[in-house]
Structure formats: structure tokens, C-alpha cells
Design a binder for this molecule. Structure first.
Ligand SMILES: *Cc1c(COP(=O)(O)O)cnc(C)c1O
Length: 489
């Protein structure tokens, strides 16, 4: 192809302005914005020039690419302007998967978030007198109901009357996450003094939350007592002196110490705290409202049990076993929680109305005892039989439509995860798949790049999809992905 011909081809290219006037382009500009559309059009023109220079475009081809430009620009913009944060299907069998966002929210929570966040709300206004209110009231009354008389039973009174606090009921405030709750509470209750913690409870939670480091940042001094495996109440007692401001108990939420062990109960610690006039705080980590024994998960303390045992202030996460949004809850003795709330850090760590809305809806489901409305509880409560039926059904479907894929229903062990119930296993079912020409890692990678990414486990050279954490309405999506995977190979 001669250079004369090339210059002719260059002349046939439209200008950016001409491109933008092509049919369909104004709608794209309106939708994706002028700047981004112009930048994409320029990039496309540059590519065409390059291809002409390399002799890759003929007269006919130039006409064709120019005609197809609006569709191509739209396709590129959609890819470039799409969301980075996307829903995925969790087939790992880890219910509270920290990398996958921990607890999914209930439908009711999402509806309530949408209605509250779309417009104005009474987040900080008492509608009765039109005065400024505190945002905590929206969830504090619910925790008081759920934990009132330390969980001895739930009475249902309207939230209006509950805003006038009942004496003796726990008060609750909300911050960004449990790490923030621990930091804030330590700072408010123990800055400049000492906090006694057992050496067996100096935990590290993933993501660099370490009790000694948080303690240092709070301005309190850590006073370690006991040993890794055994700490007695007398160890605490001997360590108390005039600088002691707080006794802290930390739940071993992501590890277990077994064998020759000893750890004072919250009740023993509470008795000591009372005797010496020092508050007792417990970082519960997950903090259950729901008794997990019914689903075979043991060893996770309930919030109510801690309060009943006399712990003055407990902190826990909103998005672990509670099944709500990311949040840190600080609940307990009214005077102490009020002191925490007055601390200037509270203002820096507080959360938006959306979190109150999601929490409120989640807690109302507990109040109604509608546990299946809360996704993480629903997943934990699923029977093995029900999951097994789904696994068998999926295997039959795959065998019928994607014969190349070798597939089998298998017994699996789902876990609670997210730094909760470290030893607990929930018997589950999944499907194991393999393809002769693809490695398990490659299959897992392709599933992750599916339209709705599917995150699976690789075990013994096979890809394992645990169905306990897959919402049944997503079974069809998984099936289609498997069929496509087999067809493309
Ligand atoms: C998970 C956990 C935390 C941190 O909670 P986040 O909500 O993730 O900030 C702190 N302490 C314990 C014991 C935990 O299990």
C-alpha cells in the first residue's frame, strides 16, 4: 500500500467533533459524560491512525470502523465506567468471609436503608418536641429490648416510650467497627491509667488489630497478667493498684487454647471488679444475640450472658454473627456508656444514618424472632438435607447439559469464619468439579471472572463449590457458569 493511499485514508477519518455527531453519540455523551466520551473517541481515532500507518486498514475497513464507532465507544465506556465493587457468589462455605464483605444484609435492612438514605430522616431529631435528638436512640432501645433484664425476656413497647430510658437497661452506642469501639472505650475509660488483661487474651484479629497496639493508641497502659494458657482471678487481684482503671476480657474469637488451661469467668471477674470499684469491659468480638447452640456452634458467648454475668461494658461487631452492617457496638452500664459517648473520639468514629437504618431493621428481625430474615443466620440454620437436595439437583443438571465436566456431590465442612467460633464446623454439601484439560486453579480463576464472579475453594486438585453460602436463587447462575465453562473447552 503506497503512502499516497495512506494519506487518503487519514483524510477519510472523521474529526472528534464529527464522531460525536454520529447517530447514537449524543445519547452516549448524555449518559457517560462529555469528557469521558471525548477521551474514548480520541483513543479510538489514535488507534485507527496507528492501524492505517501499519497498513492494516483499507478504504472499506475505515468506513466500517467509523460506522461501528458509536457501539465501540459505548462498549469501552461501559467497561471503563463500570463499578469496581461488584456482587459475587460466595461458594467458599465461609459464612462470614471478611474478604467478601462479612455479613450480607437482609432485604428489609436494604429497603430501610434505601428509604432513609434517599431523603431526609429524623436521624438526630426527636419528632415529638422537634428538638435535637441523639442518633443512638434508634438502636439503643432495640438492644435494651433484646438484652433487657440481661436477656431475661423480651417485652414489646413502642420505641417512643423506650426513648425514655428504663433504669437498669443497657445503653448502646454505635461506631465504625469493633476496632473503633475498643479503641474509643479504652480511651474514654482508661486513658492515662492501667488496664489489666490476661496474657491468654492478647489477641490479634486479621487486618492488624492487636490488643497491645490498640491499647497503646488509646493512651492506656497494658498490664499483662497470668500466662498464655492459665490466668487465675488472683492474678488480676494482685495486679490491681491505684493506677488500675479497667479490667478487660477479650474473647478468643479466632483461636482456641486447649489442654492445661484456666481463665476466670466473666462472673468471677465481675465480682472482683465490683469489690474493687473498677469497671469490667469485655471485647466480645462477634457478640451473639442468637443462641448458636441450636445450630451446633458452641463457645461463642452471647451478649446477654456477659451482661447478666455483670460485665459493665461490652463491645462487638455489627457485621459478624449479628448479621448486620459493619459497625462497632458499645453496650452496657448507662453511666459508663454515656462517658464513652462524651469522648471527642466518638464524633470521629460515628456512623452514617444508613448504618442505623440497617442495624435497626436487623434488630427488629431479632425482636420478631424472624431469624431466617437475617442471611447469616439463615445460612447457619440450613439443614444438611436441604443443601444436599440442591447439590444432587445441580449434579444431575450439569451431567445432562455439560457432560465434559466431571462433577460430584460431596460432603463439605462450612465454617462461620470472620473471626468467630474458630473450632466450629457446619456439616454441608457442595459440588466438586474438574475438567481434564484445565487445572483446578484455572477453573477457579474462570469462575471468578464470570459475569457475577463465583468464588470457590480448591481442594485436592478439584474445585469445590460449597452450597451453604450460595443463596438458592443463585444456583441457576452457577449452573450456567459451569455449562459455559465446559462448552468453552
Ligand atoms: C473481630 C474482632 C475485633 C475487630 O472487630 P471489627 O468489627 O472487625 O473492627 C476486635 N476484637 C475481637 C475479639 C474480634 O473478634
Amino acid at each position: 500500500m503506497g503512502s499516497v493511499e495512506k494519506s487518503e485514508l487519514f483524510r477519510r477519518l472523521p474529526s472528534v467533533d464529527e464522531l460525536l455527531r454520529q447517530e447514537g453519540m449524543p445519547a452516549i455523551v448524555a449518559h457517560q459524560g462529555h469528557a469521558a466520551t471525548v477521551a474514548t473517541a480520541r483513543a479510538l481515532l489514535d488507534e485507527w491512525r496507528e492501524r492505517i500507518a501499519h497498513g492494516e486498514l483499507t478504504v472499506e475497513k475505515v468506513a466500517a470502523v467509523v460506522e461501528a464507532a458509536p457501539a465501540e465507544i459505548e462498549r469501552r465506556l461501559k467497561a471503563a465506567m463500570g463499578y469496581s465493587l461488584r456482587p459475587v457468589i460466595n461458594a467458599t462455605g465461609v459464612i462470614l468471609h471478611t474478604n467478601l464483605g462479612r455479613a450480607p444484609l437482609s432485604d428489609e435492612a436494604l429497603r430501610h436503608v434505601a428509604e432513609v438514605a434517599r431523603g431526609y430522616s429524623n436521624v438526630e431529631m426527636d419528632l415529638e418536641d422537634g428538638e435535637r435528638g441523639e442518633r443512638d436512640v434508634h438502636v439503643s432501645w432495640l438492644f435494651a429490648r433484646l438484652l433487657g433484664e440481661a436477656g431475661a425476656g423480651v417485652s414489646v413497647e413502642s420505641h417512643i416510650s423506650q426513648k425514655k430510658r428504663d433504669v437498669g437497661q443497657p445503653t448502646t452506642i454505635v461506631v465504625n467497627n469493633n476496632a473503633a469501639a475498643v479503641l474509643l472505650t479504652l480511651n474514654a475509660l482508661a486513658e492515662g491509667g492501667e488496664v489489666i488483661v490476661s496474657r491468654g487474651e492478647l489477641v490479634e484479629i486479621g487486618g492488624s488489630f492487636r490488643i497491645p497496639d490498640v491499647m497503646a493508641k488509646s493512651g492506656a497502659v497494658l498490664r499483662e497478667v497470668g500466662t498464655t494458657n492459665r490466668t487465675r482471678i488472683s492474678d488480676y487481684e494482685q495486679a490491681i493498684h491505684e493506677k488500675t482503671k479497667l479490667l478487660l476480657r477479650v474473647h478468643r474469637s479466632n483461636f482456641e487454647i486447649t489442654g492445661f488451661t484456666e481463665q476466670p469467668s466473666p462472673a468471677e471477674l465481675s465480682a472482683l471488679a465490683r469489690k474493687r470499684g473498677i469497671p469490667l469491659m469485655e471485647d466480645l468480638g462477634s457478640g451473639d444475640l442468637f443462641d448458636l447452640h441450636t445450630v451446633g456452634v458452641h463457645g461463642e458467648p452471647t451478649i446477654a450472658a456477659s451482661l447478666r454475668a455483670g460485665v459493665d461494658v461490652v463491645t462487638f461487631s455489627g457485621d459478624k454473627l449479628l448479621g448486620g452492617p459493619q459497625a462497632g457496638l458499645i453496650t452496657g452500664d448507662h453511666e459508663l456508656v454515656a462517658k464513652v459517648r462524651k469522648n471527642p473520639l466518638f464524633r470521629a468514629l460515628r456512623v452514617d444514618k444508613m448504618f442505623y437504618a440497617a442495624l435497626e431493621a436487623t434488630l427488629l428481625a431479632y425482636l420478631r424472632e424472624d431469624y431466617d430474615a437475617i442471611p447469616v443466620l439463615r445460612m447457619m440454620r440450613l439443614t444438611e438435607e436441604r443443601i444436599s437436595e440442591r447439590a444432587e439437583h445441580m449434579v444431575r443438571q450439569v451431567q445432562a447439559s455439560a457432560a465434559k465436566l466431571s462433577v460430584e456431590a460431596v460432603k463439605t465442612q462450612a465454617v462461620v469464619g470472620g473471626g468467630s467460633a474458630p473450632g466450629a464446623r457446619l456439616p454441608s454439601r457442595g459440588i466438586a468439579i474438574s475438567l481434564p484439560e484445565l487445572s483446578a486453579d484455572e477453573i477457579a480463576r474462570r469462575l471468578r471472572s464470570w459475569e457475577t464472579p463465583i468464588v470457590a475453594r480448591v481442594e485436592d486438585g478439584r474445585v469445590l463449590l460449597d452450597l451453604r453460602t450460595v443463596e438458592p436463587e443463585h444456583d441457576e447462575v452457577v449452573l450456567r457458569a459451569l455449562e459455559q465453562l465446559a462448552a468453552s473447552n
